[in-house]
Design a binder for this molecule. Structure first.
Ligand code: ADP
Ligand code: MG
Length: 325
């Protein structure tokens, strides 16, 4: 199968958005932006053997995740994902069916969010595959959720559970024995097929001020970024961390994975006390778990602090602990 056959085979027959004037097939895509909205663009790259390994990831899973991590960035801005473009560098040893399977993984997710594939690029790679996805989304003018929006007194929250993706990866790499967990498949699924929290992002966009970040590098890192951008100190409590009970009881690394593991693609953010109950109610009604993990304070000596189970206060660096002097 050559490049043209491939492009032909992955070109969608119908599009969700009538605002696409020219899709795949010309030098560039043309779409009409919605009035009163701002455009959000983000891009993420996944490299074979760095971000995924073919031994444990099916091409469908790789495609799914490459798109999911970008949708997660749109969610963290409070936006609606709409379009995506795919740049693919594939080694000649890949079969056409594998490339198509990658697109099937993306299509499956794109359907859920009513997203249209509007372009891309296909090149050959000498050794390892590289997939880059660009997602275009939109948000009502002035309502994007920025990292700089945290204020003293705000509630700090996290959706879903954290550390599960790192547990899944550890299982896939064979570093943790399958017998260690009873919820093995849940953790593996959290690693291979994270569910971007678009709906929560949309709720947050309707609030007065919300700082939002998706958890790609670990909670400690994401909260450090919010604290830095907002010039505040964030204090969380170890006892409040949303960790799956099977992970918390079965593995000594649960805390390290929850704070520094990353790739959970949950949302971490801040919201005023007044609006927190509204957000909580909306999430409850939609069946999305969300939990307060801490509070925002005026800027102190560190970006992020954590009260441990034994009532000590430690500094959470972007990566790793630092005992509080
Ligand atoms: P050009 O030479 O003008 O860059 P291409 O032959 O690379 O055109 O692409 C032709 C069309 O197919 C364009 O609309 C492009 O966006 C689309 N396309 C190419 N590769 C991919 C891909 N891997 N995924 C989705 N669309 C693609
Ligand atoms: Mg091209």
């Amino acid at each position: 199968m050559d490049e043209f056959d491939l492009i032909h085979s992955i070109t969608p027959h119908t599009l969700h958005h009538t605002s696409v004037d020219v899709g795949i097939g010309d030098d560039g895509a043309v779409y009409t932006a919605s009035p009163d909205f701002q455009q959000i663009v983000c891009l993420d790259t996944m490299v074979e053997d760095v971000h995924f390994k073919l031994e444990y990831s099916a091409p469908e899973d790789i495609g799914y995740k490459a798109l999911a991590v970008n949708i997660s960035d749109i969610a963290a801005m409070g936006g609606i994902p709409k379009f995506y473009l795919v740049s693919l560098a594939v080694p000649s040893c890949w079969q056409a069916a594998e490339v198509q399977a990658m697109y099937e993984g993306m299509t499956e997710l794109a359907k859920l969010y009513r997203m249209d594939l509007i372009g891309g690029d296909t090149v050959s790679a000498s050794d390892k595959a590289v997939i880059t996805v660009t997602v275009i989304g939109e948000v009502e003018k002035g309502l994007a959720c920025l990292r700089s929006s945290a204020r003293p007194g705000d509630v700090v929250f996290v959706t879903g559970d954290i550390g599960s993706s790192a547990a899944g990866l550890s299982l896939l790499l064979g570093e943790t024995a399958p017998s260690a967990f009873s919820e093995r498949d849940y953790f593996i699924q959290k690693h291979k097929r994270p569910v971007p929290r678009v709906q929560v992002g949309r709720f947050c966009s309707q609030l007065q001020h919300t700082a939002l970040n998706d958890i790609s590098d670990g909670l400690a890192s994401e909260l450090n970024e919010i604290a830095e951008a907002s010039s505040v100190t964030i204090e969380i409590e170890e006892n409040l961390l949303p960790v799956h009970p099977d992970l918390r009881t079965a593995h000594s690394k649960w805390k390290e994975w929850a704070l520094f593991g990353g790739e959970d693609f949950e949302l971490a953010g801040t919201v005023s006390q007044k609006e927190w109950t509204w957000l909580l109610d909306r999430c409850k009604a939609s069946g999305v778990p969300i939990k307060q993990v801490g509070t925002v304070y005026e800027r102190k000596e560190a970006n992020v602090l954590m009260k441990t189970a034994d009532q000590k206060r430690i500094v959470l660096e972007k990566k790793g602990y630092n005992h509080f002097k």
